[in-house]
Design a protein around this ligand. Structure first.
Ligand code: PHE
Length: 470
């Protein structure tokens, strides 16, 4: 049956606007901050390969499924899932999928905002020339001084949350569409510039080899889970952000084409960031496994020594803040849309309420870097022996909640929803494309997610099969 529902929140002005907004959601700290440091921690090439495979066979099909469910439901993920479950004649409890997404978004944004706060702080450090001519040690100590200070972190975290609330309060079109139109191209240009610098740094080959030469003895079952989790995280999948953006998508736009474009742009940004960072890491004898501080401790070596470094360094962090900003609004939008729909709140009230709650929860992350830096809540489990509260939140959301959310989105789209409805909503004229999508979402995604989960819990050991180390 053809879908005639309308969103009460408005809609994107065009297909391009949706692509930009969804790309804005996808491209964020995940690409520029997280991808390089987790790649560094998990040995490089093999990790990158698993991540790329997950983008292709899990990420793109799930993105299509999420956009489709959103556009068909035309409401917040919680209400869309309920409506679609009714339409398919199954239990309304599927709305729980929306709730778990809201919770995941809440957890993610709580730490995302703290890290985005670091980027904000670095805009001001870069503009004042702090890094000019600085040594690697000097740069590392600047980072430590920032993260050691809970009050300063709290201040930047507050500023970032306020910025997020302002945009979300203004609604779908106001400001956001315009910001992403400029941001995405500018970010590309700057990353290319950094890649140019990295190419001249003397260790470009070593950086490329690290990223693209897979050595499967360097990745274990947990590394595979983290690569898969990151595929969900970086594409904003499994929690309803893309679903809610899909609910504002004009009816005729092609879901397959837009999803592929978004995934390609997102992957390109991550690879460009990796190609900029690792040559600098190796040329300066730094540690690829330095953890969350990696980009904050390496890029300045480049900026500190290139002509125009103050300008480029400042611009880089401005763009990073923008990238994080266009992601953070999508993390909170599912909750805000629900508050408007079900609690009759204005967007302003809903944004403030959701924002303040997230801000409060974010203090856990603030303290993870200073007052509670030695606190290891799950230290008795081997893979968590060094994990702080922040690390655990990140692990729980990216590696467990998002893939689980994705799994249920997959199950719903092809096992519950009527074939005719998904075919109609996806509007794919190409019968082969539709069948390929269906096979991937029906079998490949669920099986892959379940295998990776079982493997990490040690319940089943497929490592030998995959040629992994542990
Ligand atoms: N995709 C964003 C990034 O890479 C993070 C994000 C995750 C945004 C989940 C929305 C939902 O930074």
């Amino acid at each position: 049956m053809t879908n005639t529902r309308k969103s009460i929140h408005g809609s994107w002005s065009s297909r391009l606007a949706f692509v930009l907004a969804a790309t804005g959601s996808a491209v964020g700290l995940g690409n520029i901050w997280k991808f390089p440091y987790i790649t560094g921690e998990h040995g490089g090439g093999a990790f990158v390969l698993v991540y790329l495979a997950c983008i292709a066979v899990i990420g793109i099909p799930i993105m299509m499924a999420e956009v489709m469910l959103g556009r068909r439901g035309r409401q917040s993920p919680i209400n869309s899932m309920r409506t679609l479950a009714e339409e398919a004649g199954v239990s309304r409890r599927w709305s729980w999928l929306g709730w778990s997404g809201v919770l995941a978004g809440f957890f993610i944004l709580s730490y995302y905002s703290v890290i985005a706060g670091w980027a904000l702080a670095y805009v001001f450090r870069a503009i004042s020339g702090t890094f000019t001519g600085a040594t690697a040690e000097g740069i590392a100590s600047i980072f430590e001084r920032l993260t050691d200070d809970p009050e300063r972190l709290m201040g930047w975290h507050t500023l970032f949350m306020v910025m997020t609330m302002i945009v979300v309060a203004r609604g779908v079109r106001g400001g956001l569409e315009r910001a992403v139109r400029f941001l995405v191209p500018a970010l590309f240009v700057l990353l290319l510039l950094l890649d140019g610098y990295a190419m001249a740094s003397g260790a470009f080959d070593q950086g490329l080899a690290f990223l693209f030469k897979p050595d499967f003895s360097k990745i274990d079952a947990n590394g595979v889970l983290i690569a898969m989790g990151h595929a969900f995280f970086t594409l904003s999948l499994g929690m309803g952000a893309i679903m809610v953006y899909g609910s504002y998508l004009p009816q005729r736009a092609s879901i397959a084409k837009t999803s592929i474009t978004i995934a390609l742009l997102d992957t390109l940004v991550a690879l460009l960031a990796g190609m900029a960072i690792f040559p600098i890491v190796f040329a300066n004898g730094l540690e690829p496994a330095a953890g969350p501080g990696l980009i904050f401790q390496t890029l300045h070596i480049a900026f500190g020594h290139m002509t125009g470094g103050v300008v480029f360094g400042t611009l880089f962090f401005v763009l990073l803040v923008f990238a994080a900003w266009t992601s953070s609004i999508s993390l909170i939008e599912p909750a805000v849309a629900w508050l408007v729909e079900n609690r009759g709140m204005s967007r302003v009230r809903a944004s403030v309420l959701a924002g303040v709650a997230t801000w409060l929860f974010g203090l856990l992350t603030v303290f993870s870097f200073n007052l509670w830096a030695q606190f290891r809540p799950l230290g008795f489990i081997d893979i968590f022996r060094n994990a702080t509260v922040f690390d655990l939140l990140d692990y729980l959301t990216a590696n467990i909640m998002l893939p689980l959310g994705g799994l249920f989105i997959a199950l719903f789209s092809v096992w519950v929803m009527k074939r005719g409805d998904s075919l109609d909503e996806l509007g794919m004229r190409d019968a082969f494309g539709y069948r390929l999508w269906r096979v991937l979402v029906r079998y490949v995604t669920p099986v892959a997610v379940i295998i990776v989960f079982l493997n990490v819990t040690g319940m089943v050991d497929f490592s030998g099969l995959l040629g992994l180390s542990g």
